[in-house]
Structure formats: structure tokens, C-alpha cells
Write a protein that binds this ligand. Structure first.
Ligand code: S3P
Length: 173
């Protein structure tokens, strides 16, 4: 079995993924890290040198590779992964694969991402918190179509990684 964690940037996919893997005694894999290792470049550098279209093509190829190769693994995706190149269909059609959407409020996402935006090429150009909030609001509206098609959803606001982990485990068993 594989569990795929989906959600907007800053929703805690990596942190929760690690906790969940630990608790369930499964492996953990972060798709962004996998892409960086394969391409031998950071995500920011890939966007800078080759652009987003190149990144999305590679992201889709590596997603398939990961789903075909790994087993008993918690896989955290990038925030945009399910929204491009039929990736959501790929995940949904994969046997023994459950998807979980970590849903976080606009307020929490804005607060978290404002401090860390330089690491994320999609939002690195935004200078004020208000600007970032407006961007995220619109972006989530567009992406929700994909996010809401996952098998399960967990609301993460005001919860720590352990609480979210427990909630996911109770949803699954
Ligand atoms: C992206 C999210 C990032 C990374 C890339 C694009 C997006 O992953 O894949 O910068 O389009 O939302 P995180 O959600 O892990 O930050």
C-alpha cells in the first residue's frame, strides 16, 4: 500500500508525511526531494533554468516512476502535482494507493508561506502578506477542483503533526 499526501504549499505534507511514516512503520518519500535528486538541482533552479513547463513534465514522469517503484510508502507530493498532466488520474487509477488532502485555511497558509516564500518559485516574487494572501486565495480556488477529488480529506488548522497523523490513521482503519 502507498499513501499519497496532497495539499497546497505549506499545508504540512512533508512534516505530516514523516510522522505518519514513523507511526505506521512505512517508508517516506517526498516527490520534490526525489525530483531534486534525479535532476541534481533544486526546484527553484529548475524553474529558473528550464521553466515551469519543463518542471511539470519531469514531475509527471517522476510521479509515475515513484508510484510504480515504491511500496509501503508515504509519498508527499508538491502542491501543484495533482493539478497537471493527468497526475490525479494516474494516482486514482493506481491500485493500493490512497490519497489524502491536507486542507489548511488561507490564514494559516499565508502566515506560514510568507516566511518561507523565497524557497518556492511560484510565490517568491510576492512582496507583501496581502499580495500573497490574494494570490493563494485565487490559486486554491483553481486547484480545489483537483484537491477535492482525493479519497480522504483532513483539515489541519490549529492541529499539530501528531494530531493530524492520528486523524489520518483513524480515517484509514
Ligand atoms: C509547487 C509546490 C512545491 C514545488 C514547486 C511547485 C506548486 O512543493 O513542487 O515549487 O505548484 O504548488 P511544496 O508544496 O512541497 O512546497
Amino acid at each position: 500500500m502507498n499513501i499519497v499526501l496532497i495539499g497546497y504549499m505549506g499545508s504540512g505534507k512533508s512534516l505530516v508525511g514523516k510522522h505518519l511514516a514513523n507511526k505506521m512503520k512505512l517508508e517516506y518519500l517526498d516527490l520534490d526531494d526525489y525530483i531534486e535528486n534525479q535532476e541534481k538541482k533544486t526546484i527553484s533552479k529548475i524553474f529558473e533554468d528550464q521553466g515551469e513547463i519543463y518542471f511539470r513534465k519531469k514531475e509527471s514522469i517522476y510521479l509515475k516512476e515513484v508510484l510504480d517503484t515504491f511500496n509501503n510508502t508515504i509519498i508527499s507530493l508538491g502542491g501543484g502535482t495533482p493539478c497537471f498532466a493527468g497526475n490525479l488520474e494516474t494516482i486514482k487509477q493506481k491500485e493500493n494507493t490512497t490519497s489524502i488532502y491536507l486542507q489548511t485555511s488561507l490564514k494559516e497558509l499565508t502566515e506560514r508561506l510568507f516566511k518561507e516564500r523565497s524557497k518556492r518559485p511560484i510565490i517568491a516574487h510576492l512582496t507583501t502578506q496581502e499580495e500573497l494572501k490574494d494570490f493563494i486565495r485565487k490559486h486554491i480556488f483553481e486547484r480545489s477542483f483537483y484537491y477535492n477529488q482525493t479519497d480522504n480529506k483532513v483539515i489541519t488548522d490549529q492541529k499539530n503533526a501528531d494530531q493530524i497523523t492520528e486523524e489520518i490513521i483513524s480515517l484509514l482503519f
